[in-house]
Design a binder for this molecule. Structure first.
Ligand code: IPM
Ligand code: MG
Length: 355
């Protein structure tokens, strides 16, 4: 029995999570495992009604569950950053989810905006550090609102934090056919990134079977468009990982398809689509839930239900192969629920042929 916290959140979050949960339920019947869902109301409505973001007591409960399934957080009615830092940020920091794993995989060239790129050219995984960097909120304002205003923001990188995420990335690279890991930083301009370079070189000695490369983040952004086939596993800082994975989502077919895992290996971990709450599409039933569905697949993989995870991923793959997914945009005319139906249909078909 897996105990899963569900935070559907804001905007399109609840709509896409609903489809993800349909797929989870179907997989649990098919593969014979049980889930109990613990639903939490956190997000803008709850905050506006109660002033609560993520109370300590609930955080403690979540700490003892097996996984968190999250839709999206963010709402224009609330001051910028309050929900993001108070809910997603807090979960990532307080539960010490130090790896943000973001696979970027092209399923069909029909949804790729790059010229002459095939699925085999776009198959990488970004391992984004998830607990440090400019995100931690160290800094502040002096003489705010005056012409002399000073704003500061400290980027911190610890040896421990850097090493553990780099180690994770090497371990991951080792399991992939190409066994190639690229460190992405800005060590030519940001002196502190020298810590990443040194740590990377030291850890590399423990992984002689993994080939390595280093790239500055600006060059990496260029490569992702020009030669994405050069990249296999990428390890990078929190903020660079944030930026590069939105770029990555676009080369794989859009944010509607990109899922992510926030991991602390061995402890409760969180699974979510990379996209945000997209308030302007909320409640219209036209958001594409494939990213949220893929997040379920990543969650099941993490929980050890490998077959179930693969069958969901396989179902999405087949839908592309059969040419059923060619327009993933909100103007495709396909509703959120119809995407769910397609994936469920494919899962059931596979089950009935015993595949
Ligand atoms: C992401 C998001 C978050 C981030 C925001 C909502 C704080 O963009 O998960 O990529 O920057 O980490
Ligand atoms: Mg982002």
């Amino acid at each position: 029995m897996y105990r899963i916290a569900v935070i559907a959140g804001d905007g399109i979050g609840p709509e896409v999570v609903e489809q993800g949960l349909r797929v989870l339920e179907s997989a649990s019947c098919q593969f014979g495992f049980e889930v109990s869902l613990h639903r939490y109301p956190f997000g803008a409505d709850h905050y506006l009604a109660t002033g609560e973001l993520l109370p300590d007591q609930n955080l403690q409960e979540i700490r003892n569950l097996d996984a968190v399934y999250l839709g999206a957080i963010g709402d224009p009615r609330v001051e910028r950053g309050v929900l993001e830092r108070g809910i997603i940020g807090r979960l990532r920091w307080d539960l010490d989810m130090y790896v943000n794993l973001r696979p970027i995989r092209l399923y069909s060239e029909l949804v790729c905006p790059l010229k002459n790129k095939q699925p085999r050219d776009v198959d990488l995984v970004v391992v984004r550090e998830n607990t440090e960097d400019a995100y931690i909120g160290m800094g502040g304002f002096f003489k705010k609102g005056t012409p002399d205003e000073v704003a500061t923001c400290e980027c911190i990188y610890t040896r421990r934090g850097t090493e553990r995420v780099i180690r994770y990335a090497f371990e991951l690279a080792r399991t992939r056919p190409r066994k190639h890991l690229t460190l992405v930083d800005k060590a030519n301009a940001v002196a502190a990134h020298d810590l990443w370079r040194r740590t990377f070189e030291e850890v590399a000695r423990d992984f002689p079977d993994v080939t390595t490369a280093t790239a500055y983040v600006d060059a990496c952004a260029m490569w992702m468009i020009k030669n994405p086939e050069w990249l296999d596993v990428v390890v990078t800082t929190n903020m660079f990982g944030d930026i590069l994975t939105d770029l990555g989502a676009m080369i794989q077919g859009g944010l509607g398809l990109a899922a992510s895992a926030n991991l602390h290996p061995g402890q409760v971990s969180l699974f979510e689509p990379i996209h945000g709450s997209a308030p302007r599409y909320a409640g219209q039933g036209k958001a594409n839930p494939l990213a949220a569905i893929q997040a379920v697949s990543m969650m099941l993989d993490y929980l050890g239900e490998k077959k179930a995870a693969q069958s969901i991923e396989g179902a999405v793959e087949k839908l592309f192969a059969e040419g059923l997914l060619t327009d993933l945009s909100t103007s495709s005319g396909r509703s959120t629920g119809e995407y769910g139906d397609l994936v469920l249909g494919k899962l059931n078909e596979t089950a009935s042929v015993g595949g």
